[in-house]
Write a protein that binds this ligand. Structure first.
Ligand code: ASP
Length: 439
């Protein structure tokens, strides 16, 4: 089995965590390619090295003295190096970094040093080869990620290596300028490596034992999902579940390489398997519940709307012209609603209203705000009768008024719109009916 293992910042926050990681890697010969993040928080109000680097570079950019800030970063690495009993010396690395900061090399370079240095430490600790991500992760001249070139370069460099450490989060443009992914982007690097080396499994090690069926801030000790499909995960992640960076799925989607989300602090837990498809019958009808507050709806009413060719397009064009995306568009015979992010909408509200009047001449426009969307997701729903019935019975019993319903044609999800203040109650009621009572 060829495995790519990615470790998040909390798994590498200090020497003690590094030792756990070392044990995990050594316990399985298949764990050949390692993708580390930068050291994360050691305790709750600690600062991640990536944030320390952003701050330090900001000082350099403002021509302030940044030597103390850089020394604090250095201390984090020295603490790890000494704790592991390594003889590694990072003097020259830190000299180069300080020089580059002084010449104002760029924020992305600065942020990427967290992963870069951790990769060097990790490679030394494991006795694995270090492969700088700038050599293998490619961005184009405009700074857009280049998937084709990355796959080629990465495959060519990594395939001949028995073992390697590839730092997460960054790559480089053709001229060598360092570019990073968005925050949490080491997950993406892990996927890219898994794809390039045709791994059998991508293990993503973090500080939770996988995906939970619901937000633990709302549901006490929710059940861990043992298997979830990429599509289900997308439905849930878009609603705010953030164990894995959502772009991490795309490189692997067409490859059929599963991702196993595991807990460095509890390696005995099997974690969650994220797969392309599975016959594995879920234990519960639903796989998970996700949700988010802060939506607004714009309802347009116009007599004989259904007979007007191009009505929907014209409405959506108004939002497009404001640079806005939309979430859902439930409609009736003479009504058409658009659900959008409330904060976004507030910035463009009057522009949208004027645009709608101009382009579709509605009889009425109704606005509603402070809405929440809840996604009930599960591949098991397709085979089960009465899922929607049970959800709405549960919500009625909990005195939650449902404002909108949208069942995707894939029968993978049911989206429910409620008022923000009913959000938690609604999630509890749905979790209760499917998981606690298991009806
Ligand atoms: N270190 C980066 C961050 O804090 C990337 C990562 O951890 O995946 O966002």
């Amino acid at each position: 089995m060829k495995k790519v293992v990615k470790f998040g910042g909390s798994s590498l926050a200090n020497a003690e965590q590094f030792k756990k990681v070392g044990e995990i890697i050594r316990a399985d010969e298949g764990r050949r390619y390692v993708v580390p993040s930068a050291p994360g928080r050691r305790f709750s109000n600690d600062t991640k090295v990536t944030d320390m680097l952003y701050d330090c570079y900001h000082r350099a950019e403002e021509d302030q003295d940044f030597s103390d800030a850089l020394q604090n970063i250095r201390d984090r690495y020295d603490e790890i190096i000494n704790g592991l009993g390594l003889s590694l010396n990072l003097d020259s690395e830190f000299e180069t970094i300080a020089e580059n900061f002084r010449s104002k090399i760029g924020t992305d370079y600065a942020a990427s040093r967290g992963e870069y240095l951790n990769g060097i430490v990790m490679a030394e600790y494991l006795g694995y080869e270090f492969v700088d991500a700038a050599r293998v992760v490619a961005f184009d001249e405009e700074g857009k990620f280049d998937a084709v070139r990355t796959d080629k370069q990465m495959g060519a460099v990594l395939e001949p290596l028995e073992h390697a450490v590839i730092p997460g989060f960054y790559g480089a443009k053709p001229d060598g300028t360092v570019e990073t992914f968005s925050r949490g982007g080491s997950d993406i690097t892990g996927s890219l490596v898994a794809k390039a080396v045709h791994a059998d499994l991508y293990e993503n090690w973090t500080d939770v034992s996988g995906f939970l069926m619901a937000d633990p801030r709302i549901i006490k000790d929710p059940v861990t999902i043992n298997t979830i499909t990429y599509r289900e995960m997308r439905e849930l992640s878009y609603m705010g579940a953030t164990v894995l960076h959502e772009d991490a799925v795309f490189p692997l989607r067409k490859e059929g390489i599963p991702i196993n989300v595991r807990n460095t602090n509890r390696p005995q837990d099997p974690g969650t398997m994220v797969v392309e498809n599975t016959c594995n019958k879920p234990k519960y009808t639903i796989t998970g519940i996700g949700g988010k507050k802060g939506f607004a709806s714009i309802t347009i009413e116009k007599a004989m709307m259904n007979a007007e060719v191009g009505f929907g397009r014209k409405v959506l064009e108004v939002f497009e012209d404001c640079g806005m995306t939309f979430e859902h568009t439930p409609s009736g015979i003479d009504t058409f609603s658009v659900y959008v992010n409330q904060n976004e909408f507030e910035k463009h509200e009057q522009q949208v209203i004027a645009g709608l009047h101009r382009s579709v001449h509605p009889d009425m426009i109704e606005l509603e705000s402070d809405l929440a969307l809840i996604a009930v997701v599960g591949r098991g729903m397709r085979r089960t009768r009465g899922t929607a019935g049970r959800i709405f019975a549960a919500l009625a019993h909990a005195h939650v008024n449902v404002k909108m319903i949208d069942q995707g044609s894939s029968e993978l999800n049911i989206i429910i719109g409620v008022e923000n203040r009913d959000f938690e109650t609604a999630i509890k009621a749905i979790y209760d009916i499917f998981v606690v009572s298991r009806l």
